[in-house]
Design a protein around this ligand. Structure first.
Ligand code: HPA
Ligand code: ZN
Length: 348
């Protein structure tokens, strides 16, 4: 990975690490650090297929999305009790708040847990309690997006949506994640329609490894408000024009793309080209415990690799609020804060 020393000016480093930002693409199960996985395994008497924290970390040499997901689901097997979900989520909020995250829309994967006999109530109560504590103690506001695992059936997604009905007040929306290729968005058209009818926001992973056609289908069949990843749109001019014109945001995760071998080097990443083409593009961590860094690491490595500047930093932070489901007046509040920061620096 890029060495950061000397690559960024102290001023740019300070701006990136201190500016307020929103995180919109983080899987809470992907924030489970190896140390916490082992602590929870011990607390819950779960046998792990790894000898030690170091052995587990050594296994984080991924070749593609599936090679990561196999380990990610094994890591999540230690989560059994409400307290486990609380501890995992609160640990993420502490790290995010230290990175200047003031607002997060966070994914969770209930099927990973309900398939092991953990109830929807256990999952949601633990997460929601951590979110409330983070708001009170860290000043970080969070909303929850429940993802359907796309390698499972639409029937299973429907069951999951129904199991979540008693907790709808705690959900901002639904999303779609897990193994992309071979599981196109239209497989879930009906369940997404139901979710929209229930008043939930809808987003979907598309164009991470899958083709631009999956992004078109997420837009047209699922009617998503936002695309998670979406980097493969760079291969489709018409699609990029539409995303730019309609300001449909992409939640991009550069270190994830690097670790899952979507790009061999961050200096090949298209994020700056997408931004310059007028798309609303954001920087996020995806699964920070597995991909080598939290949100600021994603900003810093991307900026160092692509030679980006203060103006880009402010642009990405503004996109993060624009792309969120905050109210317009909340967005205006953060746009003004960023404008103040930029004018102090003479960045825009
Ligand atoms: N892609 C798809 N599914 C996921 C990811 C991802 O990057 N992270 C966790 N589940
Ligand atoms: Zn993701």
């Amino acid at each position: 990975m890029t060495t950061l020393h000397n690559a960024l000016s102290p001023q740019l480093h300070r701006l990136i690490t201190q500016m307020p930002k929103a995180e919109l693409h983080i899987h809470i199960e992907g924030s489970l650090e190896p140390e916490l996985i082992f602590a929870l395994a011990q607390r819950n008497q779960v046998q792990l297929p790894f000898e030690s924290v170091d052995a587990l970390r050594k296994a984080y040499a991924f070749t593609d999305l599936q090679s990561f997901l196999d380990i990610y689901y094994a890591g999540a097997s230690v989560l059994l009790k409400e307290e486990d979900f609380y501890d995992m989520a609160y640990a993420y909020f502490e790290r995010a708040a230290a990175d200047g995250v003031v607002y997060a829309e966070v994914f969770f994967d209930p099927q990973t847990h309900t398939e092991r006999g953990v109830s929807m109530q256990t999952v949601i109560h633990g997460l929601v309690r951590a979110g409330k504590a983070a708001h009170q103690q860290l000043g970080l506001e969070c909303k929850w997006i429940m993802c359907f695992l796309r390698h499972l059936s639409q029937d299973s997604a429907f069951e999951t949506l129904e199991a979540a009905q008693p907790y709808l007040e705690h959900l901002l929306g639904v999303g779609l994640d897990s193994s992309e290729v071979g599981h196109p968005p239209e497989k879930f058209s009906d369940v997404f329609q139901r979710a929209r009818q229930w008043g939930l926001k809808v987003v979907a992973h598309a164009g991470e490894e899958g083709p631009p056609a999956y992004i078109w289908s997420a837009l047209d069949q699922l009617q998503v408000a936002r695309i998670d990843h979406g980097v493969q749109s760079i291969h489709d001019e018409q699609l990029m024009a539409r995303l730019a014109k309609e300001r449909i945001p992409l939640t991009v995760c550069p270190l994830s793309n690097l670790k899952l071998c979507v790009y061999d080097d961050l200096n090949l990443h298209p994020i700056k080209r997408l931004l310059d083409l007028g798309l609303c593009v954001t920087i996020n961590s995806d699964d920070p415990a597995y991909f080598g860094g939290y949100i600021n690491d994603n900003y810093l490595h991307t900026f160092a690799s692509l030679g980006l500047d203060e103006r880009d930093a402010i642009a990405f932070a503004k996109c993060s609020f624009e792309a969120s489901f905050m109210t317009p007046s909340q967005k205006d509040h953060w746009f003004s804060k960023l404008d103040e920061l930029a004018s102090k620096l003479g960045a825009v």
